[in-house]
Design a binder for this molecule. Structure first.
Ligand code: ACO
Length: 326
């Protein structure tokens, strides 16, 4: 088996825009605070009748179109999400049905904002091993559905969206060069949705206590993110036999511009090599990286032969990076 890489990308963002000015009317915050502390100006919000599978299907359809393959040709669908339509069936099954990808194996993957990186690392193994030829990996989250819009510590950060990539065989010398994945469950309490699972099943009390919303220790998550982002990018580069000088574009998870800046400083990159869209979309969890990738590809910013480093962190805690030749 030769090289494996991304052969098509797609994304979908809901139409509704929630600006910082809108949030000023909802909680005690202001545009200046949000922009200076996070870099976020607005985010997209799914409508009441839109669930993660709907966003994921649109992004997946676009990715298939850009890869030039039919839904029937997809062997595997992995959906990375922490906001599935429901606990089961898996969102990947719902997407498979909506796309008509009849022969595809399907499963969901839970690694919070690092989900897309875990997804491409997993899917690429099936192709590398010759088990499958084409895989569709989708990062999707509708965090607005589990956000407490009375909590100013969290509600300013998140947005909804979906990004997708079709993985398949590519010419030698292109495609994935390395993956670096990690986890540290001891930090799990720093970022979680406490209720709705088997630990705290849904009850009237759990709803009243806001336990179905995102709970986050922002300051600790921030410190963790600054620590792991640069290090995991460096580890992935080392595994690929490359150095910082080889990077054409860094596509980081879009959580906070100050976190991205810390990674950029550590890697000694100029800002024009960094793909950033969090000003327009906020933190879309597992969708952040694939949406940023898709936009950079579609606008022609990323060109053939470019070396990309994708890097992210998220709840779990988890982190991951991948080096690829476009
Ligand atoms: N508007 C105005 N003031 C606010 C707001 C707000 N929206 N939110 C908090 N404040 C106040 C706080 O109450 C605090 O006031 P105090 O000093 O009187 O107590 C003050 O601002 C400073 O609060 P900090 O938490 O220290 O602010 P910080 O500079 O750390 O920024 C932030 C907070 C933006 C949340 C930052 O910590 C961060 O980005 N953390 C990482 C979060 C993250 O990336 N989460 C997603 C992870 S990925 C995933 O898996 C989903």
């Amino acid at each position: 088996m030769g090289s494996v890489g991304i052969i098509g990308t797609g994304s979908y963002l809901p139409e509704k825009v929630l600006t910082n000015a809108d949030l000023e009317k909802m909680v005690d915050t202001n545009n200046e605070w949000i922009v200076s502390r996070t870099g976020i100006r607005e985010r997209r919000i799914a409508s009441d009748d839109q669930a993660s599978s709907d966003l994921a299907t649109e992004a997946g359809r676009q990715a298939l179109r850009s890869a030039g393959i039919r839904a029937e040709d997809v062997d595997l669908i992995i959906v990375a999400t922490v906001t599935p339509d429901m606990a089961f069936p898996a969102t990947a099954c719902l997407v498979q049905d909506q796309l008509g990808a009849k022969k595809a194996a399907t499963f969901d993957l839970s690694a919070a904002c690092t989900g897309f990186l875990y997804g491409i690392a997993s899917a690429s193994q099936f192709i590398q091993n010759g088990i499958y030829r084409y895989a569709l990996v989708i990062g999707v989250d509708c965090l607005s559905k589990i956000t407490d819009f009375t909590d100013r510590n969290t509600c300013i950060l998140f947005g909804d969206g979906a990004g997708a990539a079709v993985l398949g065989p590519v010419e030698d010398g292109k495609g994935f060069r390395s993956f670096e994945l990690g986890g540290d469950g001891s930090g799990g309490h720093l970022l979680k949705q406490p209720a709705g699972g088997s630990r705290i099943p849904a009850t009237t009390e759990s709803v009243q206590q806001h336990l179905h919303y995102i709970s986050m220790n922002g300051r600790e998550v921030f410190k963790f993110a600054v620590r792991v982002l640069g290090v995991s990018a460096e580890e992935a580069l080392k595994k690929a036999g490359m150095t910082k000088e080889d990077i054409d574009f860094l596509i980081p998870h879009q959580a906070n511009d100050r976190i991205i800046e810390a990674a950029v400083q550590r890697l000694g990159l100029s800002r024009d090599k960094v793909v950033v869209n969090l000003d327009r979309y906020g933190n879309m969890s597992s969708a952040s990286i694939p949406v940023a990738l898709d936009e950079a590809v579609r606008t022609g910013r990323i060109k053939k032969e470019d070396t990309l480093v994708l890097v992210g962190f998220g709840g779990g805690m988890t982190w991951g990076a991948s080096v690829m030749k476009w």
